[in-house]
Design a protein around this ligand. Structure first.
Ligand SMILES: Cc1cc2nc3c(=O)[nH]c(=O)nc-3n(C[C@H](O)[C@H](O)[C@H](O)COP(=O)(O)OP(=O)(O)OC[C@H]3O[C@@H](n4cnc5c(N)ncnc54)[C@H](O)[C@@H]3O)c2cc1C
Length: 479
């Protein structure tokens, strides 16, 4: 079988590696990358350590090497309105230079015999004799050279990906107010002396920021860096933003139409961009590649592989997109919270914005904060309608019946013998469960759901899925 991969980002390279590993003798894999070098895009990214650990345990060499080079932290800092910063502990994060990830994936792909051609876009002739086309060309967010252009709507979500030498101890958020609009910075260190500094906001906020530029008529790349330096001077603490001419981009929220011939399959951002504020896009892109590799190996006909792959991946990607859109929605409506909340409350709201930070988990992570914020919430509740509450409410679902004995969660599974695809699926399931052990390095994974975290039906569904994943592996061989 001849496979052609369009794009050497995380999704394309992970697919190339996985297909060669799983179908080495029968699959020839060629990767075509538009850019000349694989090192010239992006700075640092947050990655899900469970996912990387799972791939490492599944035998992927790139994952073991990436795992060793993570920068880790354990908190979220928020710079509010002129009061310095507050820090919530117990929020772990892991980051790495994108170039390290890409070069590790590339090294493994080449060592497995994949052919990688850089410096030209994929051409129709590349696809002619391919049995399977893997479209991993990414989301390609629109460049916005002029934020005042009539084509840019006030509500459009625009971002710029900058970098700085300032080191951050935690995942750091800062807000800058310009003429009643807010720009938000997300900053994190991903390598010694290197931090990502992403600034995002609605086009209306960028238009207001533009008025601070010495020459208001200049294109965005000429003023964005210096204006951001000025707006975020407190969080940068005297450090510069490093990029000479950064690009303002409009975030693309949807994937591209699929090829109706079904000879081609989309992976990664091409299929499902997820807002960067949740740091999930790369993990998802890599998982796509690995799961596709499994399906290609299992199915004789590539078309069958495409159909079964799409079915399996939809569950996981929908969930990630749901989280990402909650986060994006929080950011796009942050001005209300900014106006009403103290910095500690704002920090708490931010940490719980995706709805994943359940009461029991947050309490365990930072009990003092939990008490403080709960007290503040109790004071507010009588005067604020629940649906208009300005910060994400903690779950208040206390009437869930106790699980019947012997069914559903809690349960234990032994992950040691799961194949790569099952590991990926399992991570997706584990993410929905409050108490769990890490996926590798332990003999068993314990799943327990607190009554205020998930409702009983959802707990049952998860338990069923875990059982199905484990059973599928049992069919393939003894544990
Ligand atoms: C500001 C920002 C911050 C982010 N931070 C994080 C984070 O912290 N954690 C995280 O997990 N994710 C993050 N993401 C998302 C992450 O970058 C993407 O989800 C991930 O890169 C998707 O991988 P991919 O391989 O699908 O696409 P891409 O990484 O976009 O790769 C696509 C590749 O295809 C190539 N290509 C395009 N067109 C062609 C063509 N015609 N022919 C050949 N090659 C082509 C491109 O040059 C590129 O190399 C962030 C995104 C943004 C914008």
């Amino acid at each position: 079988m001849k496979c052609i991969v369009l794009g050497a980002g995380p999704a394309g390279l992970a697919a190339a590696v996985a297909i060669r590993r799983r179908s080495a003798r029968s699959a020839a894999v060629t990767v075509v990358e538009r850019r000349k070098s694989l090192h010239d895009e992006g700075f640092g990214i947050l990655l899900n350590p469970f996912v990387v650990a799972g791939h490492s345990a599944g035998g992927f060499a790139w994952a073991s090497r990436v795992f060793r080079r993570f920068v880790r932290w354990n908190g979220i800092s928020v710079f509010g309105r002129g009061q310095g910063s507050v820090t919530l502990s117990g929020h772990p994060g892991w980051a790495i230079a994108r170039s390290v990830l890409i070069s590790e994936l590339r090294a493994e792909a080449e060592s497995l015999g994949c052919e990688i051609t850089c410096g030209r876009p994929a051409a129709p002739a590349d696809l002619d004799d391919a049995d399977l086309v893997i479209d991993a060309r990414g989301a390609r967010h629109d460049r916005v050279p002029d934020v005042s252009s009539a084509l840019v709507r006030d509500s459009d979500d625009l971002f710029v990906w900058l970098s700085t030498r300032r080191a951050f101890d935690c995942l750091t958020f800062a807000f800058a107010e310009v003429d009643g609009h807010l720009l938000t910075a997300h900053a994190y260190t991903y390598r010694l002396g290197h931090s990502a500094f992403i600034v995002e906001g609605a086009a209306a906020a960028w238009r207001a920021a533009r008025r601070l530029a010495p020459d208001e008529t200049a294109p965005a790349d000429a003023w964005v860096r210096t204006v951001c330096e000025r707006l975020f001077a407190d969080v940068l603490a005297g450090h510069a933003l490093d990029d000479a001419s950064p690009t303002v981009q409009r975030f693309r929220k949807t994937g591209y139409p699929e090829d109706p011939t079904r000879k081609s399959v989309q992976v990664g951002d091409r299929a499902h961009p997820v807002h960067f504020s949740v740091g999930l896009g790369t993990s998802l892109a890599i998982e796509d590649g690995i799961v596709l590799g499994d399906h290609v190996a299992k199915c004789r006909d590539p078309r069958e592989a495409i159909v079964s792959f799409d079915e399996v991946r939809q569950v996981r990607t929908r969930r990630a997109q749901r989280l990402a859109s909650r986060s994006a929605e929080w950011l796009s409506t942050v001005t209300n919270r900014w106006n009403e909340l103290s910095t500690p409350e704002l920090a708490w709201s931010l940490a719980t914005r995706t709805g994943q930070g359940t009461a029991s988990r947050l309490k365990a992570q930072d009990g003092a904060w939990y008490e403080l914020i709960s007290a503040a919430a109790a004071r507010r509740t009588p005067t604020v309608r629940r649906d208009a509450h300005p910060w994400s409410p903690l779950p208040a679902n206390s009437s869930v019946p106790a699980p019947p004995p012997g069914g559903g969660l809690p349960l234990s599974i032994r992950p040691g013998k799961l194949d790569a695809s099952s590991r990926v699926e399992l991570v997706a399931v584990l993410e929905a469960v409050t108490e769990r052990d890490v996926l590798c390095g332990t003999r068993y994974v314990d799943l327990r759901v607190h009554s205020d975290d998930l409702d009983w039906a959802e707990g049952q569904r998860l338990a069923g899925r875990v059982g199905a994943i484990a059973a599928a592996d049992l069919e393939r061989g003894p544990w």
